[in-house]
Design a protein around this ligand. Structure first.
Ligand code: PLP
Length: 416
């Protein structure tokens, strides 16, 4: 299993020289994505399920840059979307509509109608009420809606509480009991076509057991639905496969696939898998530049031009990212907090990171920043969102321009 990018791996597709070249051309802060690595990750997962009917629907929310989606589209990926905006991105990047699924607990009527109208593969419904809304929208359009029901198996995924989604105290999905009633309703409804079953127990999963248990419970439910002549064609196992940010043990794709397949014996279903982080997480680096180094009563701070508005994972989940200085240095290493310019104590990219002495202009690479990085970025403190570039075949290409002050105020200025 691949680890997080480390110093030695930086000599691969994303060499220090290439990253420096990217900074020279496009400045900092900057996201750099390695499209070759994205392809390798996608293919590794796909191969793990080879010989089975499988559709990998990349979860756009992890990294929704159009060029990244387009790359995945060229690999025949589908898309797992959680808003109409993401569906539009998927379509724009060339993902066929019949490979798009639509998840999320709070879909609005206009989103549901447009999704049905487009003819996407199915809508993942997350409550009885939402199913009735989907039914009403489909009736209004005069065209039946294919649905899948997100079942909450009440299993502890053993991950950070903010990204656990399959426990009964989480807002996601419906219980197995409630799902049965919903399937019966959908089965008899003129404008609903229940074609799938779905679960997604959390993100950054590093243990196989909870996934296997969830698959077992949902497979059992699927068998009882098939016995009722409810024709479940798609078994959607969600996403959530974890990656290494440091030295975590991760789940090898082969073991993951085998654990799922073991629970599906005798079921003739297409497996749908919705990975986000697994595909893009280790494939991206966030580059930032040192502004100052300061010491407060013996504690060293490296103040950089990147901040929590660019990469919020450390502030939001106390997430750890390796951080490397790109310079070759003989200076001795010591711990420092890497902090941004934002007026919040929570504005940091790393705490107690071992770094050489840093001076103005040094470039730091925050590793494994390809997932939930730019896609969670904001304009807090009126900071323009940074640029994004990709590396493909040794070449660097800008895929999103750095925002300008003008971009930030465009929707306000006419009211002055
Ligand atoms: C967020 C999410 C995913 C992707 O999660 P990762 O941890 O990035 O793989 C997949 N499916 C659903 C329904 C999600 O909400």
């Amino acid at each position: 299993m691949e680890n997080a990018l480390n110093v030695s791996q930086l000599s691969g597709n994303l060499s220090k020289e290439l990253l420096k070249e990217a900074v020279d051309k496009f400045g900092t802060p900057l996201y750099v994505y390695d499209l070759g690595r994205i392809e390798a990750r996608f293919n590794a997962l796909k191969q793990a399920f080879s010989g089975r009917k499988v559709l990998i629907c990349y979860a756009l929310k992890a990294n929704s840059n159009l060029s990244v989606i387009k790359k995945l589209s060229s690999l025949e990926s589908g898309a797992d979307c959680v808003s109409l905006g993401e569906i539009k991105r998927a379509v724009m990047a060339g993902i066929p509509k019949y490979k798009i699924i639509y998840s999320g607990v709070g879909k609005q009527d206009f989103e549901i109608k447009e999704a049905i109208g487009l003819g996407i593969l199915f809508v993942n419904v997350e409550s009885k009420e939402e199913m009735l809304r989907v039914e009403a929208c489909a009736r209004e359009l005069g065209s039946p809606a294919r649905i899948s029901i997100r079942v909450n198996p009440n299993i502890d995924p053993q991950t950070h509480p903010y990204i656990a989604t399959g426990l009964k105290e989480n807002k996601f999905g419906v219980s197995i009991e409630e799902a049965k009633g919903m399937y019966l309703h959908a089965h008899n409804a003129e404008f609903l076509e229940p074609v799938g079953i779905h679960f997604h127990i959390g993100s950054q999963l590093t243990k196989l057991k909870p996934i296997a248990e969830a698959a077992q419970k949902i497979a059992q439910l699927t068998r009882s639905l098939l016995a009722l002549k409810i024709d479940i064609k798609f078994f959607d196992i969600g996403g959530g496969i974890g990656i290494a940010y440091n030295d975590e043990n991760t789940i090898p794709p082969h073991d993951y696939a085998q654990a799922i397949l073991a629970e599906l014996r005798g079921l003739d279903v297409t497996i749908i898998c919705e990975p986000g982080r697994f595909i893009v997480g280790n494939s991206g680096v966030f580059l930032t530049q040192v502004l100052y180094q300061k010491e407060n009563q013996g504690k060293r701070f490296v103040v950089v031009d990147g901040a929590m508005n660019d990469l919020i994972r450390p502030s939001l989940y106390a997430a750890y990212h390796q951080i490397l200085a790109l310079k070759n240095t003989e200076s001795k290493m010591s711990e420092a907090d890497v902090v941004g310019p934002i007026c919040e104590s929570g504005d940091y990219l790393g705490k107690n990171i071992v770094l050489p002495h840093c001076k103005r202009g040094d470039i730091l690479a925050v590793l494994s920043a390809g997932a939930y990085g730019f896609s969670m970025a904001s304009n807090y403190n009126t900071r323009p969102r940074c640029a994004e570039v990709v590396v493909e075949n040794g070449k660097i290409r800008l895929v999103r321009k750095r925002e300008s002050f003008e971009d930030l105020i465009a929707l306000e200025r006419e009211y002055l």
